[in-house]
Design a protein around this ligand. Structure first.
Ligand code: HEM
Length: 137
């Protein structure tokens, strides 16, 4: 098993998430808007989710996974592998599954505006590349 996210990277990622929440409030709408803009074919997968509860829950689980992945990594790597595989049943390709985390980072970047530094970008980029290894092909 590989090394965990370096503490300096984890701190930068956490700070960007905090700032994004301060500036942008609840990012749920922006994240799904970005996803469906990029991949409109995924929108109908949530057609039964009339009140947004499923989308909210999925994003909450993705955030929990992200926080554990950059922290203790008690379960996140297993969760990522398991959910990537579960999502085969929804016809979500592995690359799209990974993209969901990248879409979170891009939404956070937009919310941070000028305070999104090159160091923060690099921290996210490295973490996402590391995370990708657990998604599988
Ligand atoms: C483009 C990427 C993704 C798409 C299109 C997608 C789509 C879906 C869909 C259609 C469902 C079923 C909703 C229902 O019950 O009607 C679902 C459930 C779920 N998704 Fe995602 N998902 C994506 C990425 C992720 C990621 C990155 C995570 C990370 C943890 C995640 C976690 C979950 C969980 C926990 C559930 C509920 C349990 C399950 O069915 O496994 N999803 N997702």
């Amino acid at each position: 098993m590989s090394a965990k996210t370096p503490a300096t990277d984890a701190a930068l990622i956490n700070a960007s998430l905090e700032l994004a929440a301060e500036r942008g409030g609840d990012l749920t709408e922006a994240i799904y808007a970005r996803l469906f803009r990029e991949r409109p074919e995924f929108e109908p997968l949530f057609v039964m989710d009339t009140n947004g509860a499923v989308r909210g829950e999925m994003l909450a689980r993705a955030f929990d996974t992200l926080f554990d992945f950059i922290g203790e990594r008690a379960y996140a790597h297993h969760m990522i592998s398991a959910e990537a595989s579960n999502h085969d049943a929804y016809n979500v390709p592995r690359t799209s599954f990974s993209r969901f985390f990248a879409i979170i980072s891009e939404t956070v970047r937009d919310a941070c505006g000028a305070d999104w530094s090159a160091e923060t970008a690099a921290a996210w980029r490295n973490m996402l590349a590391d995370l990708d290894r657990f998604v599988g092909a």
